[in-house]
Design a protein around this ligand. Sequence first.
Ligand SMILES: [Zn+2]
Length: 244
Amino acid sequence: MNLMKVKGIVIKETPYKDNDKIITILTDKLGKISCMAKGCKRTKSPILANCQYLVYSEFILSKSNTFYYVNSASVIKTFYNFRTNFDNLQIGFELTKMLQTVTDENQDTEDILRLLLNTIYVLENIDKDAKLVVAAFKIKLFSLLGFSPQAYKCNMCGQAFKENREQLTTEGIYYDYVSNFFCCSECVKNLDKRRYIKVTEATIIAIKYVMICEISKTFSFTVKDIDNFYLFSQVYADTMTNGI
Ligand SMILES: [Zn+2]
């Protein structure tokens, strides 16, 4: 039998028969996979803990023609405090639902797995605004997937956006969610505004930071208007999810 060792976190669990589950794991080597976990609902099962939602483990898997099976596993992190906090759990559902849509088997998801683990860690342990964390997660996720909009200059006239926090104005920048690009207020002045949302110049600086920073630094920033940053992330993530 061909055994393989992967690290991964359970992003979905589906009960199957009396004692089994089909779990969806976001892994470091195989992308997002579905696994049959036989007997894992039995209280004495050695893989009981590993097959629970948002538990991070090292798994030994075997594969039949089309399906993976969990042979054994050892817990790396249970994220117990995260999973037992109602607000955090709601966030977990939102993020993992998105990951189920945008990831696939055999995709390189190592960085995306790291991003999810970091996100859960920060929400569980660090005193950061949850909206900022969720927004940064979404922006970083789609940047890792290769869908970053060009955020340095107006996509129409080419004028560079301000880099310096001291020079910011209240003009704002417009995000065109139909074409996934930014443009300056001058260029959209006489256009139909329905396909744009307005973001602040401070939001643009934060977006650029998140897109290019190390994964481990994704949440190491602040932004003045978190609601505006959050609004952008929602619209952007919805656009990207529907487009994939
Ligand atoms: Zn312009």
